[in-house]
Design a protein around this ligand. Structure first.
Ligand SMILES: C[S@@+](CC[C@H](N)C(=O)[O-])C[C@H]1O[C@@H](n2cnc3c(N)ncnc32)[C@H](O)[C@@H]1O
Length: 368
């Protein structure tokens, strides 16, 4: 059976996500702001959860309908055969958001959608009550954008950026999904040498190594869909295939940070992610360290928002720029939200891309 699905992602990563979906063999991929639609069978849904590096969630698209009023929202949800997916005893929390729409109150929309879902489930299961006590949670998510509602069933559970290797974060860590997007845009290969002179908890290099070694980012975590009867077998089989797909690779990386505690955390995180043997971390000042000439440099320096003051980061960017230009590497990919990054660094980027690092609008500056 085929399902129309939605993979959500941070703004700016849609095209990377689209390539990932096509590489995984998904059909009818269609990109929209912050998400990609695609068609997949049950194994495809499990594969998407296990393998997508830049997606935040994988959802089944149950219905799309106009929702200019609460009545339309109620009727739209009521029209979906929810009993096909949600059992009488399953919990079905409802979460959503509204953008550029007449309906603006998210709590009110959530409550209307929940009531409609409950009515539909009672009808489908021919039961006057629902217990929500099976221990299985089927989260319904909706988005109302320009008065159109998408109603979806969440197959991921925790956001897919939660790989499970990073309980130890340093200050201002980059989201794993954004780090993976940067590794993709930098075209990290199985034989690449990568460097991160502001490594913090090591996320950029760990994501680069996972990619180089063909390690599925979700192989060590669980997913909501594993407890859905119609997806459970597919998840079991695809997880076994994902574990078997790991490969040895000549990939190497060097990470450094001025803070010894960050370096210690990065080492532990890399080990936990199963890539500790190919990344070496050390304490070092990025303004004084020469980077390997053959390296693809991935960097997430402080922005002057969460870490350091704007004046301090400007000086840091200047000194890093001077150091870098004295001995440039094969490529440099820097993400920063500082509007003056290029000027302070002292060089215009060959390419730029707007990316959101969580809620922070930032730009990826690419030098090659
Ligand atoms: C935004 S954080 C990096 C976060 C990292 N990408 C992660 O996922 O955890 C910036 C890092 O730059 C480090 N840093 C600041 N000044 C530095 C310098 N001069 N040399 C090296 N690292 C520096 C900080 O200690 C901090 O860990």
């Amino acid at each position: 059976m085929e399902f129309r699905c939605v993979a959500t992602c941070g703004f700016g990563l849609e095209s990377v996500l689209g390539f990932e979906l096509r590489r995984l063999g998904m059909q009818d991929v269609q990109l929209q702001d912050g998400r990609a639609l695609f068609t997949a069978d049950a194994p495809g849904i499990a594969r998407a959860n296990l393998w997508l590096r830049t997606a935040e969630r994988v959802l089944l698209l149950l219905s799309e309908f106009p929702a200019e009023t609460f009545d339309q929202l109620f009727e739209g949800v009521m029209a979906v055969p929810l009993g096909d997916y949600i059992d009488r005893t399953d919990a079905f929390p409802v979460k959503g958001f509204c953008i550029n729409s007449r309906l603006t109150s998210v709590p009110a929309c959530q409550s209307v959608a929940k009531k409609a879902a409950a009515e539909r489930l009672k009808r489908d299961h021919r039961s006057p009550f629902l217990t929500e006590k099976s221990g299985v949670t089927k989260m319904l998510r909706f988005s109302i954008v320009k008065d159109r509602c998408s109603l979806m069933l969440d197959t991921s559970g925790d956001g897919l950026h939660k790989r499970g290797y990073r309980p130890l974060t340093h200050q201002a860590p980059i989201k794993e999904t954004i780090a993976a997007g940067i590794a993709d845009l930098a075209r990290v290969r199985e034989d690449s040498l990568c460097a991160d002179p502001f490594c913090g908890s090591g996320t950029l290099l760990i994501e680069a190594a996972l990619r180089a070694r063909n390690i599925a980012p979700g192989a060590s975590r669980s997913f909501a869909g594993e407890s859905f009867r119609f997806l459970a077998d597919a998840f079991r089989e695809e997880r076994a295939a994902a574990i078997a797909a790991r490969r040895e690779a000549p990939f190497r990386a060097v990470g450094s940070d001025i803070d010894p505690e960050a370096v210690e955390n990065a080492r532990l995180n890399a080990k936990r992610a199963g890539v500790g043997d190919c990344i070496s971390f050390s304490v070092s000042d990025a303004t004084k360290t020469a980077l390997p000439r053959e390296a693809l440099v991935l960097a997430n320096p402080p922005y002057g928002e969460r870490l350091m003051t704007p004046a301090q980061v400007e000086r840091l960017y200047q000194e890093f720029g001077e150091r870098y230009r004295a001995a440039p590497s094969k490529g440099l990919y820097v993400i920063s939200s500082h509007p003056e990054f290029e000027r302070q660094f002292g060089q215009k980027a060959a390419r730029r891309r707007k990316l959101y690092n969580g809620m922070i609008p930032a730009t990826l500056y690419m030098y090659f």
